[in-house]
Write a protein that binds this ligand. Structure first.
Ligand SMILES: Nc1ncnc2c1ncn2[C@@H]1O[C@H](COP(=O)(O)OP(=O)(O)OP(=O)(O)O)[C@@H](O)[C@H]1O
Ligand SMILES: [Mg+2]
Length: 539
């Protein structure tokens, strides 16, 4: 019978220097890790004459052969069981020339030494307690970079005499999970040292401390990030493994699944401690499924139905003391009315109500399901207008002034709210098959004083921020000009002329009392102090 068997070819040794990504960060991680595994409490790094030397006060090297035994380690059994060393770390220094001294022995590994040539173990000129590695790296091992990797190692690490900070990865509040062997802490703030590792898009990364080495988990227990931080401190005894050779990710094994489950549980536990929260309804249900009873989320809502980032629409405010349960929801698609939300909003913002006011609110879909989100809904919105007085087209939309405009809203609890308003929006019937869908903005004369140009502009297309258009102020300026023409025509045929003439009088600084212009082009100015001036046109 023919059989096959996995084996390692010696040729792999020749490629050992390429098993690693070969970054300085990677080398710092490996060397600090070896010192910690050797039981060192102190590591002294110095940069001198182009050489980096790293001395630890660990137990020293018993068997020098183990240094270059690819795939084999010389650590004790307990450590082997927990940390699963791969016997490859030192090869991150290849193909550099490295001098390693421990006790009274020394080796110099270089060139072919990395790929199988015998290397002599010699007596060291000067014996050391622990181990010293000396090699030339791309540059010095600077304090900041080393500190980032040393801060959670539990060892005192010095770089050129300067001591790195050493802080516990988790606080005593972390919750211990015997299986798969870790402590988990959910907290709203982390130290600056932690933050150096939390460079996710929002910071929404679970940080895992694997015996002093921090890795990020590309996974979060909920859909939405809410500014929390999650720390996982791996215990000595663990089934958690790191991916080789880079060791920057966790292996997705059964222990990893257990960690995820534990994190999710602690995440919702955190909100139970907090007593109040703003979790989505789905998350609230998930917590319940995990056996964590949470109160309902704090009501999350915004008065009004329309908004934009430039604050153009008229604002709806919540009257003092008014309660959410007396507010209403409104959805265009449920009503098959494109303008329902707009007009319900405008009624609320501009209407006058004798009894209780009409207040529609927006609630993020994620919150639908909580009891407080179950509000009565708008069932119908009507706009009525009086006699039309003037209509203009501005850009692609139309604006018309009516004697009066009113909006009426029917709601599902049977009430009806209605009021005269200075503005409403109607969809114009489509002219022809391919015509653009346009709106008619219906205003009353009152809108001229009651509303800003931006309030009206918003309903007539508003700011075009596609990037290739004019700046906001420029676009608004052109709109205001057209809107002024509209209002002036409404006031009377010569209103624009009057305004233009007044504008030209600015040079008289309000000192004039009466200005007369006669048919022969003669100008007569009567000043406030009684003087008069007559200006005849030049011959
Ligand atoms: N600072 C040190 N003190 C004592 N022994 C060391 C030290 N550094 C390395 N060794 C010895 O050299 C061996 C090889 O180290 P290497 O970093 O290549 O592999 P490893 O640490 O066993 O596994 P890993 O691939 O996880 O790093 C170690 O198993 C250990 O026996
Ligand atoms: Mg190692």
């Amino acid at each position: 019978m023919e059989t096959i068997r996995a084996c390692v070819c010696e040729k792999l040794l020749q490629k050992a220097d390429r098993l690693f990504t070969g970054t300085m960060n990677g080398r710092i991680i490996e060397i600090l890790q070896n010192a910690r595994r050797a039981g060192a409490t102190e590591v002294r790094i110095s940069n001198k004459d182009g050489l980096v030397s790293v001395q630890d006060n660990g137990k020293g090297i018993e068997d020098f052969q183990k240094l270059l035994d690819l795939g084999n380690s010389g650590w004790d059994e307990k450590l082997e069981a927990g940390e699963d060393p791969a016997g490859v770390g030192l090869f991150s220094l290849a193909p550099r020339k490295v001098t390693i001294t421990s006790g009274d022995r020394q080796v110099v590994i270089e060139k072919d030494g990395w790929s199988g040539e015998p290397i002599e173990v010699v007596r060291a000129n000067q014996g050391v307690n622990g181990t010293i590695l000396a090699f030339a790296d791309e540059g010095p091992w600077c304090f900041e970079t080393v500190e980032k990797h040393a801060v959670f190692s539990g060892m005192k690490v010095f770089v050129d005499g300067q001591q790195c900070e050493s802080v516990p990865f988790c606080s005593d509040n972390a919750v211990l999970y015997e299986r798969p062997g870790c402590r988990i802490e959910v907290l709203d703030n982390i130290s600056e040292h932690h933050r150096k590792w939390a460079n996710g898009w929002h910071g929404d990364r679970v940080l895992v401390n694997f015996h002093g080495q921090v890795v990020q988990l590309d996974w979060w227990p909920a859909e939405k990030y809410r500014g929390l931080n999650i720390l996982v401190d791996i215990a000595d005894k663990t089934d958690i493994r790191l991916m080789l050779p880079a060791r920057t990710r966790l292996v997705e094994n059964a222990a990893f699944e257990k960690i995820k489950a534990a994190i999710e549980f602690e995440y919702y536990k955190y909100y139970q401690w907090q007593e109040k929260h703003a979790l989505y309804y789905k998350e609230y249900l998930r917590a319940k499924e995990l056996g964590i009873e949470l109160p309902e989320a704090e009501p999350q809502f915004v008065p009004g139905l329309i908004w934009d980032e430039y604050d153009m629409p008229i604002e709806v405010t919540m009257p003092k003391g008014f309660e959410l349960k007396d507010c209403y929801l409104c959805f265009n698609d449920e009503l098959d009315d494109e303008q329902a939300e707009t007009n319900a909003h405008l009624l609320s913002a501009l209407g006058k109500f004798k009894d209780s006011p009409f207040v529609p609110v927006r609630i993020d879909n994620g919150y639908m399901g909580y009891n407080w989100s179950k509000l009565a809904k708008v069932t119908k919105v009507e706009v009525k207008t009086g006699k039309e007085r003037l209509r203009h087209g501005i850009c692609c939309e139309e604006i018309a002034c009516f004697d009066n405009v009113s909006i009426t809203v029917h709601v599902s609890d049977g009430r009806v709210f209605g009021s005269e308003v200075s503005m409403a929006v109607m969809a114009l019937p489509q002219k022809g098959k391919y015509a653009w869908h346009t709106n008619l903005v219906c205003v009353t004369e009152k809108a001229r004083c009651e509303l800003t140009a931006e309030n009206i502009w918003y309903h007539m297309g508003g700011f075009n921020d596609s990037g290739d258009g004019d700046a906001y102020d420029t676009q608004l300026y052109y709109f205001e000009k057209e809107l002024d023409d509209f209002w002036n025509e409404l006031i009377g045929p010569y209103e624009t002329l009057r305004q233009q003439l007044i504008k030209e009088l600015y040079q008289l600084h309000d000192k004039w009392q009466k200005i007369t212009l006669t048919e022969d082009r003669t100008l007569e100015i009567v000043f406030k102090d009684g003087k008069t001036e007559t200006v005849k046109p030049p011959k």
